[in-house]
Design a protein around this ligand. Structure first.
Ligand code: ASP
Length: 596
């Protein structure tokens, strides 16, 4: 056989069935071992690894080549697939029963010594990994994450294609859309002093597509929000964005369920039970203290207020008298020391509680607690009953206003009950969100976004505090994967929402006049959703951080150590844009330069 350009087959495809064949493979030298005068190479490509045996005496490659051959050199090897013999089988790799006995070896590219080992077991600083992301991505876990992401996106497209969705691209240089985060702005050269925003989501464009007569739209959309970075946030991220005309909530949830089921099957090989569980926002807050409950474990919050309606215990009586609530969880048999219990109290106060009451149920059924002496026997029995408590159980009780109790107990529940591992996938829909939340300044802000339809328009105007919206979330293992809503499709209701939000008619006209106009030309009722793809894939892959499933992510401070973005630009470029750098910033730069 004459040598092909680089390869005739792939390392991961070879097995004992190829015994005796002459093949050519190409890839990276993963390891090199010299043994009894023979050189063993593990050659890796995207399909897997194969062992190559080179006898330096055999004229396979010059000694010079062999001597210099290091890790991550790129080689092409021609040779005969040969059974390794039982004693030398490597059960860890599919090609473990064979090796290639080389007759020709060519170096296609040398590699400098590596800045870090590509060994999965070695912990490498993330900054270094990001600086050399192309090396980092060669590691099997990262390669698997890239593949999972591609598989997930492919199955999304498959499901939506089968349902007649149209994939439509919307612009990335847009006017600012109000999704509630800070915009990423891009200065315009042709209209100096004006800025594009990068889309926080394609929200208004997908609504325009509904008005345009597109029946079902989707897009794998890159979105931008300039928020503080967290493990599950990036300045740029990818959503599966979709919208349907003549749709209500049920139509959206059905498609979402199918997408989630298909993606989970593709990436994790599991068959999920349908329909997914559902909770209203109020139920989620009552039972789990959060609108994104992790339902892989129970430890539900119980309302104990009725037990204390006539209590002598002043702390509880005071809270109840002030419109608050007393609630608790049964954290199970934790066997905590006094220091451990004090730690929980500290944790609760750091979360905003005025205190935390802990109780441990003793073997004889009595309650050990700093407050036991203030509680009647009836109250103690009722608490045990309500929290289903058995000997050894630790009960945690918080008395405060509802939001504080929910936050504190919801967080303690996660601290105390975090399930091990990530194997189980617990999807959940949360529906009936409040329409508005009240900001620190006392204004109303949309809980979802201003284009979400209220359950009832009159309620929304008369009692914005308690108004319910037609918004819904999908939650996976305690993380919000995405949200959506039924949209407002008439300009009058849209105007009323703006009013409650404190946006004057003038302001609304200036910012959204074009959209309000569009609503006037025959808008079908419509609804939609957006799934966070980075977050979904990271959970499916058991990665705690979305950066692990983003090929080229930014660091916590929004920079890219590989390409050096964000970077300064030449004065000439700034001049064209009509942008000048503020003197304070120039002063900081000068200081930094001096320090260097
Ligand atoms: N545009 C929304 C978001 O990005 C999702 C939606 O309502 O469709 O959160």
């Amino acid at each position: 056989m004459t040598a092909d350009l680089y390869r005739t087959t792939r390392p991961g495809l070879l097995g004992i069935g190829n015994d005796g064949e002459t093949v050519q493979v190409a890839g990276w030298v993963q390891t090199r071992r010299d043994h009894g005068g023979i050189v063993f190479l593990d050659v890796r490509d995207a399909t897997g690894i194969v062992q190559v045996v080179v006898d330096p005496e055999g004229g396979v490659a010059t000694e010079e080549v062999l001597d210099g051959l290091r890790r991550e050199y790129v080689v092409s090897v021609l040779g005969v697939v040969t059974s390794r013999g039982e004693d030398h089988v490597n059960p860890d790799i599919p090609s473990g029963e064979i090796e290639i006995v080389a007759s020709e070896l060519r170096v296609l590219s040398p590699a400098d010594p590596l800045p870090f080992q590509l060994d999965e077991r070695v912990d490498v600083d993330e900054g270094l990994r990001l600086q050399y992301r192309y090396l980092d991505l060669r590691r099997p876990t990262m390669a698997a994450n890239l593949k999972a992401r591609s598989d997930a996106i492919r199955s999304m497209r498959r499901v939506l294609d089968a349902r007649g969705f149209l994939e439509v691209e919307t612009p990335t240089l847009v006017a600012s859309t109000p999704e509630g985060a800070r915009d990423v702005l891009v200065p315009s050269r042709l209209r100096q002093g004006h800025f594009y925003a990068l889309p926080q989501s394609p929200q208004l464009f997908k609504q325009l597509l509904m008005i345009s007569g597109v029946d079902r739209y989707f897009q794998i959309a890159r979105c931008y929000r300039d928020e503080d970075f967290r493990a599950d946030r990036q300045i740029e991220f990818t959503q599966l964005d979709l919208e349907g005309a003549f749709w209500g909530q049920e139509d959206v949830l059905e498609v979402l369920e199918e997408v989630a089921v298909e993606v989970s099957r593709e990436v994790r090989g599991v068959d999920l039970a349908r329909p997914f569980p559902r909770l209203t926002w109020q139920e989620a807050m009552d039972r789990y203290g959060t609108d994104k409950p992790d339902i892989r474990f129970e430890m539900e919050i119980r309302d104990l207020s009725a037990i204390f309606s006539a209590t002598e215990f002043k702390a509880f009586a005071g809270v109840l008298g002030g419109g608050g609530t007393v609630r608790g969880i049964n954290a199970g048999a934790k066997g905590l020391t006094r220091a451990g219990l004090d730690g929980l109290v500290e944790r609760a106060t750091s979360l905003g509680a005025k205190g935390l009451v802990w109780m441990v149920v003793e073997e004889d059924g009595s309650i050990r607690s700093p407050v036991a002496k203030f509680l009647s026997d009836t109250e103690q029995e009722a608490i045990k009953g309500a929290l289903n408590a058995a000997a050894g159980d630790l009960l945690l009780i918080v008395a405060d206003q509802f939001r504080t109790v929910a936050k504190v107990l919801g967080t303690l529940r996660l601290d105390m009950g975090q399930p091990d591992g990530h194997e189980e996938l617990a999807y959940l829909f949360v529906t009936d969100f409040p329409h508005f939340e009240v900001t620190d300044e006392g204004n109303y802000a949309p809980m979802h976004h201003p284009f979400t339809a209220p359950e009832n328009v009159d309620d929304m105007i008369e009692s914005p505090d308690t108004a319910v919206s037609q918004a819904y979330d999908v939650v996976l293992n305690g993380s919000e994967l995405g949200s959506g809503s039924v949209r407002i499709h008439d300009p009058a209701t849209q105007g009323k929402v703006f009013e409650v939000l404190g946006i004057t008619a003038e302001d609304a006209k200036r910012r959204f006049g074009w959209f309000m106009d569009a609503l006037r030309y025959g808008t079908p009722p419509h609804a939609g959703f957006a799934f966070g793809i980075d977050r979904m894939v990271s959970i499916l892959q058991g990665e705690p951080n979305i950066r692990e499933v983003i090929p080229f992510p930014k660091t916590q401070t929004g920079s890219d150590p590989l390409t050096g973005s964000p970077s300064r630009v030449a004065d000439a470029q700034l001049g064209e844009l009509g942008v000048i750098i503020a003197p304070e910033v120039l002063a900081v730069w000068a200081e930094q330069e001096d320090a260097e």
